[in-house]
Design a protein around this ligand. Structure first.
Ligand code: PEP
Length: 251
């Protein structure tokens, strides 16, 4: 059985004061013991969050990391080894905002994924199609290609120590959510694609859904057989809402 995971992506939100309030809210939550819970604060607030949640069952991740695993001459970047040193255990790779706004492409994401794993971080690979691609009937082709770029270069075995988040770009921050069936169809296709190479890896890997998940739609989404939890943006900035989403992923 796959253990569900709910992860909050705080994006470029927060000040020291608002992050302290969010930490307080998270500390007060009654989190389910059968769900892995993680938060991804901005890099600037990682130390504050690690200190504030150190006795809590919440893992901390970064939203991005460098293409090189070890610290060195790479201005403006943060090395996976530095994230591990700070106490992070996860890192997002290929969030659609970075693909679209920062121009990150498959070649760079392969390097980031490999560099993160080389340091023991768990990469959360984000994949998903735009509205235009969905309307053109290309969803599975696009998502399949994004996944294949990692498999071809690094091998399917890397997903034994990684998480995949399916995030349709048209559903991120828009209030539009993929229906549970739409999301399940893509998740099933992702798992089938992995199973063609290695069925054990395919059965074990956690596939999160992301895109306007809220407490009100989480139960239905997480009830689908291939949806193992969620990557939550906006709703993760409210501790009570996030807690309710975490509970929706539990039994
Ligand atoms: C995200 O940014 O990963 C995300 C899913 O955002 P939201 O929940 O706000 O749509």
């Amino acid at each position: 059985m796959r253990r569900p995971m709910v992860a909050g992506n705080w994006k470029m939100h927060g000040t020291r004061t608002s992050v302290a309030e969010l930490i307080d809210g998270l500390r007060r939550l009654d989190l389910p013991s059968d769900v892995d819970v993680a938060v991804f604060p901005s890099c600037l607030h990682i130390n504050q969050v690690i200190d504030g949640l150190k006795d809590q069952p919440i893992s901390i991740g970064a939203q991005n990391s460098a293409v090189e695993s070890m610290q060195g001459a790479l201005t403006g970047e943060v090395a996976p080894s530095q994230l591990v040193d700070a106490g992070c255990s996860l890192v997002l790779v290929g969030h659609s905002e970075r693909r679209q706004i920062m121009g990150e492409q498959d070649g760079m994401l392969i390097r980031k994924f490999a560099a993160a794993q080389a340091c023991g971080l768990i990469p959360v690979l984000c994949i998903g199609e735009t509205l235009e691609q969905r309307e053109a009937g290309k969803t599975l082709e696009v998502v399949g290609r994004q996944l294949d770029s990692i498999i071809e270069e690094l091998g399917v075995g890397v997903f034994a120590k990684a998480v995949i988040a399916y995030e349709p770009v048209w559903a991120i921050g828009t209030g539009l959510t993929a229906s549970p069936q739409q999301a399940q169809d893509v998740h099933a296709a992702i798992r089938a694609q992995l199973a063609e190479k290695n069925s054990e890896v395919a059965q074990g890997v956690r596939l999160l859904y992301g895109g306007s998940v809220k407490a009100a739609n989480a139960v239905e989404l997480f009830g689908m057989p291939d949806i193992d939890g969620g990557l939550i943006g906006g709703a993760s900035l409210n501790a009570d809402e996030f807690g309710a989403i975490c509970r929706a992923a539990g039994n």
